[in-house]
Write a protein that binds this ligand. Structure first.
Ligand SMILES: Nc1ncnc2c1ncn2[C@@H]1O[C@H](COP(=O)(O)OP(=O)(O)OP(=O)(O)O)[C@@H](O)[C@H]1O
Ligand SMILES: [Mg+2]
Length: 351
């Protein structure tokens, strides 16, 4: 298998440069929008959850926002797919935390993230037998390296490439190449796609093209999955790197734009909600409470008690009044009542 850097390719073709230009511009705009708004934690939280959902869906782990938020309210709600999505979200945060702290993406981090995503099939492959198979025809599409030592060496080469700033290739093109190489090494028994997609975002943070984990290509890849597979394969088999790179750059552009749109919609919704809340329930309103309803999305009495520093009785009164005012919806799960910000959920589900 080839090692990085791939110096024999020309990355300055017209097609690549055009796509690079648009992708860079859109990504810079997203970075600006995201860092200039208040309540960033709310947006990052909502976007990370949507990404975890879409990325897991590529792996046929299908669930709804409703189930995910139910799992997140920690009331023992059972939905295996939603739990996996929540694990994936944890992995994004863990990766983000480490990259911010260490300024380095190591093989060990990737191993750790994969183990969070796939606890039962974790660790670098030791036993041969893994290959990519076309699910329709049963034919082997690609057989990645099988020897553990070889896999580890290739990961070391990738690690050096990721963290070496001296390489003069544009970071967005590097991100595309890193993704290609990671998927081609295919170091794990399972979870390579999801780990590779987290690596993309961590890399953008590492090279400071983003400050927070808010750009995700999964929705884009999901919509063009066959094309994505086809391009990876034609890169592997025919050195067709150009089309693949353009595809990823296009994804960055489209996803940046749609994320900016989502951020604006959430901001608008929050503004509208705030006005209505203040109007209908002026005695209850506080910025803190509003924040909690948008951060948690599905909330519980005990959470509001803690967050707003009020008695259980008062927290219950708040939530019930908000429900009567149609700003929240109530649902009983087992013995517990949860309160749902359905307006935000609807917005997120449509996205
Ligand atoms: N038919 C295919 N052609 C090319 N590449 C493929 C094909 N099938 C899978 N892959 C590659 O392998 C990855 C999937 O590997 P794996 O199943 O280990 O990861 P995952 O996270 O479980 O899956 P997914 O990416 O589907 O969520 C894909 O993301 C893609 O990069
Ligand atoms: Mg898989």
């Amino acid at each position: 298998m080839k090692t990085l850097p791939f110096n024999d390719y020309n990355y300055k073709t017209t097609k690549i440069l055009e796509a690079l230009n648009s992708a860079s511009r859109s990504l810079a705009e997203l970075k600006g929008v995201a860092s200039s708004i208040p309540n960033q934690h709310i947006l990052i939280n909502a976007i990370t959850i949507s990404e975890a959902k879409d990325s897991s869906e590529i792996e046929n782990i299908v669930t709804t926002h409703d189930s995910i938020y139910k799992v997140l309210t920690r009331n023992g709600f059972k939905d295996e797919a939603a739990k996996e999505v929540v694990n994936y979200r944890q992995a994004i945060w863990r990766g983000y935390e480490i990259v911010k702290k260490k300024g380095f993406i190591s093989t060990n981090i990737l191993v750790e993230l994969q183990s969070m995503i796939e606890p039962n099939k974790s660790g670098i492959r030791k036993i041969p037998g893994t290959s990519l198979i076309n699910s329709a025809t049963g034919k082997v599409i690609y057989t990645p390296p099988q020897d553990e030592k070889e896999i580890r060496d290739l990961l070391k080469n990738l690690e050096d490439y990721i963290n070496n700033e001296k390489n003069e290739t544009d970071p967005l093109i590097k991100m595309a190449l890193i993704h290609y190489q990671f998927e081609t090494i295919h170091p794990f028994y399972d979870g390579n796609g999801r780990t590779g997609r987290i690596l993309n975002i961590l890399y953008l943070i590492l090279v400071k093209l983003l400050d927070s984990p808010i750009l995700y290509l999964s929705n884009y890849i999901n919509k063009n999955k066959n094309k994505y597979y086809k391009l990876l394969n034609s890169f592997r088999e025919e050195n067709n790197y150009e089309e693949y790179i353009v595809y990823i750059l296009k994804g960055i552009e489209i996803t940046s734009k749609s994320t900016i749109e989502l951020i604006k919609q959430i901001q608008n919704e929050m503004e509208k909600y705030k006005l209505e809340f203040k109007n209908k329930l002026p005695k209850i309103y506080s910025d803190n409470l509003l924040d909690a309803l948008f951060y948690e999305v599905y909330t519980r009495i005990s959470y509001i008690e803690e967050k707003c520093d009020v008695t259980r009785q008062t927290a219950a009164t708040y939530l019930n009044k908000l429900t009567e005012a149609k700003l929240l919806e109530k649902e009983k799960i087992g013995r517990e009542t949860i309160y749902k910000n359905t307006r935000l959920i609807e917005l997120l589900s449509k996205f």
